[in-house]
Design a protein around this ligand. Structure first.
Ligand code: 5GP
Ligand code: MN
Length: 342
């Protein structure tokens, strides 16, 4: 954890301001939960707060309070630009390089506002005036809970804020399977105490699929999965044709990559999708094997040791070839049992 001047930030926030809060492209539960949770908290101080995402959010988050008022840059560039130009304070949550908010990164760089970055991914860029970075935190939602607490306002965390923060805590830990620490459970205990309905939130998040989601999963597992036993690696790819055939929208393929890691012999999982302009990669691993290194070195991306992502400006076939060409470099590590305690 690096030092972060909570007292200075508290002073900045002590008078009402125009504030923007950015979440990253393809926002996930932690990005949405942390940005909305912080928004609800800042609203209590009379700030004018706008939350901005570069691209739309998955439908299973639609129940979250405040989401209707989020500005989606892809939908309304002019509205996003106006909010950014007015900003006196900008928060950047759950990412640490400005390219993760696309064009809005350049736009906000030109605005003379106080920039505050709170994040738990590896290798931050130092673009903000205040960076609170802790790659050991489970989620940015955990950090926002602690941020509010550090400002002396734990009692201002109400059920609405709590629902937002619980969402990021449960999604970023894969329902408490990884990246947990004692504070995760303490915070969730506190949230349950103030009325957050953990069962209902899980139902909304995880028991809310359309029929097509299971059909996409079926297609992925039956026809688009490759296992490379010598590299202890599993791969699933979906082509443009699959996207059309199954009417796949943003967020519809969330979680598919994790099925590969349920195989006892697979230590690295790679999920590749052919999007309109790019090939998107999701990488996951077990043990001490770093997919963050692969995402950074080869795929313009980053993330965490065990969960990273990236992209390629190439065709699907070329990307799959590139992956297969890279695997031998990691053969030894992937077969080194000492990196994968059981
Ligand atoms: P996912 O595979 O679920 O899209 O992302 C897994 C992790 O990698 C997340 O923590 C996400 O923030 C990070 N990630 C995904 N795509 C990118 C990317 O294009 N660039 C960087 N730097 N990180 C990414
Ligand atoms: Mn996160």
């Amino acid at each position: 954890m690096n030092s972060f001047d909570f007292a200075e930030v508290k002073k900045i926030l002590s008078t009402p301001k125009d504030i923007v809060i950015f979440g990253h492209r393809n926002p996930d539960g932690d990005a949405i939960g942390s940005t909305l949770g912080l928004m609800h908290y800042l609203n209590k101080y009379g700030h004018q707060v706008k939350v901005l995402y570069p691209s739309d959010y998955p439908a299973n988050f639609g129940w979250m309070k405040g989401l209707d008022d989020v500005i989606i840059f892809d939908h309304d560039e002019a509205l996003a630009a106006r909010a950014i130009q007015k900003a006196e304070v900008a928060f950047f949550l759950d990412f640490n390089t400005l390219d993760r908010i696309d064009k809005m990164g350049e736009m906000v760089s030109e605005v003379d506002c106080v920039k505050i970055n709170i994040d738990h991914h590896l290798d931050p860029d130092y673009f903000a005036d205040y960076l609170w970075w802790n790659h050991e935190a489970s989620s940015t939602c955990e950090m926002v809970y602690k941020f509010i607490t550090e400002l002396g306002d734990e009692d201002k965390i109400d059920k609405t804020i709590g629902e937002c923060l619980f969402t990021g805590l449960i999604t970023d830990t894969g329902s408490f399977k990884f990246s947990t620490n004692p504070d995760v459970y303490r915070i969730c205990g506190n949230l349950k105490e103030i009325g957050v309905d953990d069962r209902l939130i899980q139902q909304r998040l995880f028991q809310n699929l359309d029929e097509k989601h299971l059909r996409i999963l079926g297609q992925s597992l039956a026809h688009r999965m490759q296992i490379f036993p010598e590299y202890r690696t599993g791969l699933i790819y979906l082509s443009r044709k699959d996207f059309d055939l199954y009417n796949i929208q943003r967020g519809d393929t969330e979680g598919i990559v994790n099925y590969l890691l349920s195989l006892k012999d697979v230590r690295m999982a790679i999920f590749v999708t052919q999007q309109p302009n790019i090939i998107k990669l999701s990488l996951r691993s077990k043990g001490a094997f770093s997919v963050q290194e692969i995402a950074t070195k080869y795929f313009n991306g980053g993330g965490h040791l065990n969960a990273s992502g990236g992209y390629q400006h190439a065709g699907l076939g070329k990307t799959l070839d590139k992956i297969k060409a890279i695997l031998p470099e990691y053969k030894e590590q992937l077969n080194d049992d000492s990196l994968f305690p059981e």
